[in-house]
Write a protein of this length. Structure first.
Length: 407
C-alpha cells in the first residue's frame, strides 16, 4: 500500500527521515500514527524508528534531547517540533511484566516490529507513503480485528498493560479482539495487578471515552480482566449496567469518574474519596467529582438546582453532572443550566463585598469560628438573592447575624 496524500504532520517530519536516510541509515514512521492515517483519524504524535544507533542519530542533528536514551529514544528538535526517534531494538527479561531488563539495539526493522503489541500497531511507513506490513496488520485493520503480534501470551508477559490496551482499542476503534488474543488476556488477566495503577487508569479512562465503549466493556467481562482492576472485582453488575445504557459517550475524564462513582453507589464524600484515591487520581479531579455528584443528585431529585447548589457546584461541575444525567436519562437543557448559573449575583466567594477584616474593623466579631459562620451566612444570603452584594447592606446583615448568634 502507498498513501499518496500524507497528513501535514508527516510532511513536517519528512526532513528528519530524509536526513537519517541520506546518511545511509533506514528510518520509518511507525506505530499508531501510521494506523490512524490509514483509518482516516487525526494524528496525536509522529514516531520515527531507525536503524541508526542513538549516538549516530545525535551526530546528524544540531538539537536533540535524550528523552529515553537507555531505550534508544532521542527527541529531535526541528523547526519548533519535537520528534521521538527510536533505534530498532529487541527486548528481553521482563521480570516486572512491564519494562525489559535488557534492550539490544539492532539494525533490522523486522526484529523491531515483532516486539510490538498488535499487528495494527506493527506497521511502518516510508517518508514517501509506502506502508511496510510484515505481520498482516493491514488485513486486520481492514477486518476490524485486534490481534497480538506473534504469540499473544508472550506479548502480555512482556508488558501486562497490553491487555488493557487491547480492550481500550476495542472501544476506541470499534474492533473485535481476535479469539486467541482474547483467550491470552483471560489466561493472564491476573498479571494486571503487577502494573502501576496510574497506567491502568489511563487505559480505563480512554476505554470509557471511546466511541464504542460497550466493545471494550464486553471484553473486560469476557476475559475477567475487570476483576484485577482497583475496586472492580465485585462490579460485574455495574459493568452490565454500563453496557445496557442506551448509546452513550463520555466526553471528559471528569464525566467518566462521575458516572462510575454514581453507578458504584459511591455517592457520599468518604466513598468518593476512597474510590478515586485508590485509582490515584488528582485532588483536583476528586473535588470536581464531589461537586458534580452533588449537582447530579439534585438533578435526579428535582430536575433543577437551587441558586446555592448552582454556586457551590460551579459551571464546570454542573456541565459534568448534566453530561452524566443525560446518559442516565434525566439530563436537562444545558443552555438553561448555563443561563441559571450566569444569572447568579456572584460566582466566587472572593467576589463577596465584605471579608473577615471588615467584620473585625466593625467590631462585629473577633477572628475565629464565628467569623467563618457569619461570612458563610452572608455569602449564602447574596447567592440566594436575599441581600445585595454591597458593603453596607452586607454589614447590616452581618450585624443582624452576629446579634442572632449572640442571643
Amino acid at each position: 500500500m502507498i498513501l499518496s496524500e500524507l497528513p501535514a504532520e508527516f510532511q513536517a517530519a519528512k526532513p528528519v527521515i530524509d536526513t537519517i536516510t541520506a546518511a545511509g541509515f533506514e528510518a520509518y514512521f511507525v506505530g499508531g500514527c501510521v494506523r490512524d492515517t490509514i483509518l482516516g483519524k487525526p494524528l496525536h504524535d509522529v514516531d520515527i524508528a531507525t536503524s541508526a544507533f542513538p549516538a549516530e542519530v545525535k551526530s546528524l542533528f544540531k538539537r536533540t534531547v535524550d528523552t529515553g536514551i537507555e531505550h534508544g529514544t532521542v527527541m529531535i528538535l526541528d523547526h519548533g517540533n519535537g520528534y521521538e526517534t527510536t533505534t530498532f531494538r529487541t527486548e528481553s527479561g521482563y521480570q516486572d511484566f512491564r519494562r525489559p531488563d535488557q534492550v539490544t539495539f539492532v539494525r533490522s526493522l523486522k526484529e523491531d516490529l515483532q516486539r510490538r503489541d498488535f499487528t495494527i500497531n506493527a506497521l511502518a511507513m516510508t517518508a514517501t507513503g509506502e506502508v511496510i506490513d510484515l505481520f498482516d496488520g493491514l488485513a486486520d485493520l481492514d477486518a476490524g480485528i485486534l490481534r497480538a503480534v506473534g504469540v499473544a501470551e508472550e506479548r502480555f508477559h512482556e508488558d501486562a498493560l497490553r491487555m488493557m490496551r487491547a480492550v481500550r482499542f476495542a472501544s476506541q476503534l470499534d474492533f473485535s479482539i481476535e479469539s486467541q488474543t482474547e483467550q491470552a488476556v483471560a489466561d493472564n488477566a491476573t498479571l494486571l495487578t503487577k502494573i502501576a495503577v496510574e497506567r491502568t487508569r489511563v487505559e480505563w479512562e480512554k476505554l470509557l471515552m471511546g466511541q464504542h465503549p460497550e466493545r471494550g466493556l464486553q471484553s473486560l467481562l469476557t476475559t475477567g480482566l475487570y476483576q484485577y482492576m482497583p475496586k472492580m472485582a465485585d462490579q460485574r453488575a455495574m459493568l452490565d449496567q454500563l453496557i445496557a445504557l442506551p448509546a452513550w459517550h463520555l466526553p471528559t475524564i471528569e464525566s467518566t469518574w462521575t458516572l462510575l462513582a454514581w453507578l458504584m453507589d459511591a455517592t457520599d464524600e468518604a466513598a468518593i474519596r476512597k474510590l478515586l484515591k485508590t485509582w490515584k487520581t488528582s485532588n483536583e479531579l476528586i473535588n470536581h467529582v464531589l461537586a458534580a455528584i452533588e449537582a447530579l443528585s439534585a438533578l435526579q431529585e428535582r430536575g433543577q438546582l437551587t441558586a446555592y447548589e448552582n454556586f457551590s457546584a460551579g459551571l464546570a461541575a454542573l456541565t459534568t453532572a448534566n453530561q452524566v444525567a443525560t446518559i442516565l436519562g434525566f439530563g436537562q437543557d444545558q443552555a438553561v443550566l448555563e443561563q441559571s448559573y450566569e444569572a447568579l449575583p456572584i460566582h466566587d466567594k472572593h467576589e463577596l463585598a465584605i471579608n473577615g477584616g471588615d467584620l473585625v474593623q466593625q467590631k462585629l466579631v473577633t477572628p475565629g469560628p464565628a467569623m467563618g459562620t457569619i461570612l458563610a451566612a452572608c455569602l449564602r444570603a447574596v447567592v440566594d438573592g436575599q441581600v445585595n452584594n454591597q458593603t453596607d447592606a452586607l454589614l447590616d446583615f452581618a450585624r443582624m447575624a452576629a446579634d442572632t448568634k449572640n442571643h
